[in-house]
Design a protein around this ligand. Structure first.
Ligand SMILES: Cc1cc2nc3c(=O)[nH]c(=O)nc-3n(C[C@H](O)[C@H](O)[C@H](O)COP(=O)(O)OP(=O)(O)OC[C@H]3O[C@@H](n4cnc5c(N)ncnc54)[C@H](O)[C@@H]3O)c2cc1C
Length: 351
């Protein structure tokens, strides 16, 4: 990618190019020394007046072509974060079952068992979000392929394609944000469970802690995932999806009605927060991360209840996740509203 439009400074001034590696204008700079992922060498490619050919249309390099590649990239990194988290959890369980302190296995200490339980619940929660996101991206790509092979079906499929494109644009950044941020927390706790030995290179959690750190940076930082998800949250794509789940599944089954009531109340808080944030464009930038985090909590709560409708074993996972998510959503909601009220009352004083 390179900036092709002189005088431009935004994403619409960037195009895609092909560079044929037959001339000396491209230099590979040194191999970087990194904190983690040492199995994957990273180096910078420097292009000095390198001749290149335009690929596709001008100005579409980032906003269209690269963005469409992002669905796969975000899913890949989310899966990487989930895998590292699962490894960190397994190492922690193994260690907590072996290590004795005060004549007890540390797994039986409430502080450790709560950490282990949170790890397990959050991994299952992230997996549920990742699989749902992958399913939606599959549906979107399937429709694209069908339209390419059968152009005559385009009109019939256009509505569905638009729906799944919007959903993929919302869910892929939310999944990357959630799995990579949670993965960092899980690896942090994994070292904590290991105590001092976790900080040494003798135990795998030290490497996992370093390896997970890149996942919320590359293929777009968490802050960029928030920017990418905001359109779908503000425009209501997320609520359309939650309403669709409500219509499709019987949330009163398997004694899940109370849990669903809680998840539904979290959805209402999110709706109200979005309505308040929409009242002033400054609020959107200020509270975007909070809205994205609330969206993740609400979405996962719905997905875990759906998992529990299908499988009894997921009921405890849903209960455990939702009981903590409720407090996060409530306190974030209170903070957003109090900040907006403060801003409004300050402004009315100025008038
Ligand atoms: C190991 C590794 C491998 C990589 N592999 C590749 C690769 O194969 N191909 C490739 O092209 N790149 C690759 N990268 C680059 C990587 O994708 C970028 O480093 C990453 O996207 C962040 O961009 P940046 O470093 O320019 O940070 P910056 O954009 O300078 O960000 C700095 C800080 O500002 C924040 N920020 C920036 N813009 C905004 C905004 N609009 N709103 C809110 N916050 C913002 C960021 O979140 C971050 O906290 C790799 C990097 C590493 C470390």
């Amino acid at each position: 990618m390179a900036r092709s439009e002189e005088g431009s400074s935004d994403a619409r001034g960037i195009s895609l190019f092909i560079y044929e590696r037959t001339t000396p204008e491209m230099k590979i700079r040194r191999i970087e020394h990194k904190l983690g992922i040492h199995g994957s060498p990273t180096c910078e490619l420097q292009f000095n007046n390198a001749p290149a050919e335009l690929l596709g249309k001008r100005r579409f390099g980032l906003i269209k072509y690269t963005m469409s590649l992002m669905n796969g990239a975000r899913l890949g990194v989310s899966a990487q974060a989930l895998g590292i988290s699962e490894a960190a959890y397994r190492e922690s369980i193994k260690y907590a079952n072996k290590r004795m302190q005060f004549k007890k296995h540390i797994k039986d200490l409430p502080a450790i068992s709560e950490m282990l339980n949170d790890m397990s619940v959050n991994i299952q929660a992230m997996r549920s979000l990742l699989y749902e996101t992958a399913r939606i991206v599959d549906l979107k790509e399937g429709l694209e392929e069908k339209i390419e092979n059968h152009p005559e079906a385009k009109a019939d499929l256009a509505h569905d394609l638009q729906k799944y494109t919007k959903l993929a644009s919302l869910l892929t950044p939310l999944a990357k944000l959630a799995t990579t941020e949670m993965g960092n927390k899980i690896c942090y706790d994994a070292i904590q469970i290991h105590g001092g030995v976790g900080y040494t290179t003798e135990f795998a959690v030290e490497r996992l802690y370093r390896d997970i750190r890149i996942t919320n940076i590359y293929e777009g930082t968490s802050q960029m995932q928030v920017v990418a998800a905001m359109g779908g949250i503000i425009s209501g794509v997320i609520f359309d999806k939650l309403n669709e789940y409500e219509n499709k599944f019987d949330f009163t089954k398997n004694q899940l009605a109370t849990l669903f009531e809680i998840a539904h109340s979290m959805k209402s808080s999110l709706e109200l927060a979005v309505a308040h944030v929409k009242s002033n464009s400054n609020f959107q930038d200020q509270h975007s991360r909070r809205l994205a985090d609330m969206s993740v909590d609400v979405l996962i709560s719905y997905l875990l209840i759906i998992d529990a409708i299908k499988s009894e074993s997921k009921k405890e996972v849903a209960k455990s996740f939702i009981s903590k998510a409720l407090h996060r959503v409530r306190s974030t909601f209170d903070f957003i509203i109090s900040q907006i009220n403060l801003f409004n009352s300050f402004n009315s004083l100025k008038v």
